[in-house]
Design a protein around this ligand. Structure first.
Ligand SMILES: *Cc1c(COP(=O)(O)O)cnc(C)c1O
Length: 405
């Protein structure tokens, strides 16, 4: 029964095994309890479900298709590679799946404003889009380094009417943006709601964001049957916080014959600070209000992290990923910067799809995996977003290959 795992995880206090929970200052206890209560109300409300289905179909562009990547499959010479096209969501990534729902929730709670962090700018753009559509104010916190790197998304957020606030401390990337957004939220908790951008943060966010993203998995299940008349043998998704991965995994957790691979960024190497492979190299710890696996420095503080994919350089990971790895249900794959850029160009030139650098990590891993598997096997890759935001950065640092095909 496909829903039984989802119905029993997390527990009432937001724990997946020992991971998750809500480690928050007293001032946030009531607001988070209100959010959890509002979510329970909405989840069982036919009107909410109808409203969400309406915007998904008539505004967002769902269902997104599954495409068979024939040329890429021939190139790799093994298992058949399919792509779940989350890049075709309005605003360019899977993030609108949870942003539309989070903004409906904010309205339900009578809030005037939504606040969030963003890494590559995709969550910021998605939230600014949803806020514009539903008529709320939007405040986005973003590391200064990412602001420079992801310029088009910064402009996009501003055009959409959002206020973009730079995070100027530390490494000036995703973790610092989360710190900055949390501080701002605490200062305006009556008027605003913090819309977390992944399956991270204190309970109920990891559960809520997973549930909102699960549409990816449930659509995939039906659509894949149309292509192959059976379920995929393998599902591959990149993992930053882990929302696109949980979105596609969630419908398949009870299907034991479907292998689930979460792909982490190996960046430029194994040294601490050169990657963001949290599940691979991390230890248990609490950060940003939840217990999970995290990368720590010598003092036990969140370690500096790096990946060419700005949306996946986070020193912790969604608690459900820590749990599913712990119980052996998911496997962790790795792709480094170079492999991601190679996959970025390969998918562009072989399939006519420019992937986000984050998604390119999943494609890169699928290419390696495909080559080791027989032709009868299948791999479904969650193509979490499109790469328009990355093109200037990539061509500046990695020349366009002149390969002939
Ligand atoms: C934000 C983002 C990610 C990483 O976030 P998850 O929560 O791990 O899914 C991956 N791909 C794209 C395109 C993104 O925008």
């Amino acid at each position: 029964m496909a829903t039984s795992y989802l119905q029993t995880h997390p527990d009432q206090n937001g724990y997946f095994g020992r991971f998750g929970g809500a480690y928050i200052p007293p001032i946030l206890e009531q607001p988070f309890a209100d959010i959890a209560r509002a979510y329970q109300e909405l989840k069982n409300s036919p009107k909410f479900i109808q409203d969400l289905q309406y915007v998904r179909k008539h505004y967002q562009g769902r269902p997104t298709p599954i495409s068979y990547a024939n040329n890429l499959t021939q190139h790799c010479g093994g298992a058949k590679i399919y792509l779940k096209r989350e890049d075709l969501n309005h605003s360019g990534a899977h993030k609108l799946n949870h942003c539309m729902a989070e903004v409906i929730l904010a309205k339900h709670l009578g809030k005037k404003k939504v606040i969030a962090e963003t890494g590559a700018g995709q969550h910021g753009v998605a939230l600014a889009t949803a806020a514009a559509y539903f008529g709320l104010e939007c405040e986005i916190h973003m590391g200064e380094v990412d602001i420079a790197k992801e310029h088009p998304n910064v402009v996009r957020m501003k055009i959409l009417g959002a206020k973009v606030i730079p995070a100027t401390h530390g490494l000036k990337t995703l973790k610092e943006a989360v710190d900055s957004a949390f501080d701002s939220y605490v200062a305006q908790v009556d008027d605003a709601i913090y819309c977390i951008g992944s399956v991270v943060g204190p309970h109920p966010f990891p559960m809520m964001v997973r549930d909102f993203q699960s549409v990816i998995g449930f659509e995939s299940k039906e659509q894949f049957l149309e292509h192959e008349e059976r379920l995929p043998d393998n599902i591959v998704a990149c993992v930053g916080g882990g929302s696109n991965a949980m979105g596609i995994f969630s419908a398949f957790i009870d299907e034991e014959n479907v292998n689930l691979y979460g792909v982490e960024p190996m960046g430029r190497g194994e040294a601490l600070g050169d990657h963001a492979a949290t599940l691979t190299y991390g230890e248990e710890g609490i950060m940003h209000g939840f217990n999970s696996i995290m990368l720590k420095d010598a003092k036990g503080e969140p370690a500096p992290v790096y990946s060419i994919g700005s949306g996946i350089d986070y020193p912790s990971v969604g608690p459900e990923h820590a749990y599913l790895k712990d119980i052996g249900r998911t496997k962790v794959g790795l792709s480094n910067d170079e492999e991601a850029v190679d996959a970025f160009y390969k998918l562009s030139q072989l399939e006519g799809i420019i992937p986000a650098l984050e998604s390119a990590h999943a494609v890169a891993y699928a290419m390696k995996l495909a080559a080791t598997l027989p032709k009868e096997q299948t791999i479904l890759v969650n193509l979490s977003g499109r790469g328009d935001k990355d093109i200037d950065f990539v061509v500046e640092h990695y020349p366009i290959p002149n390969a002939k095909f």
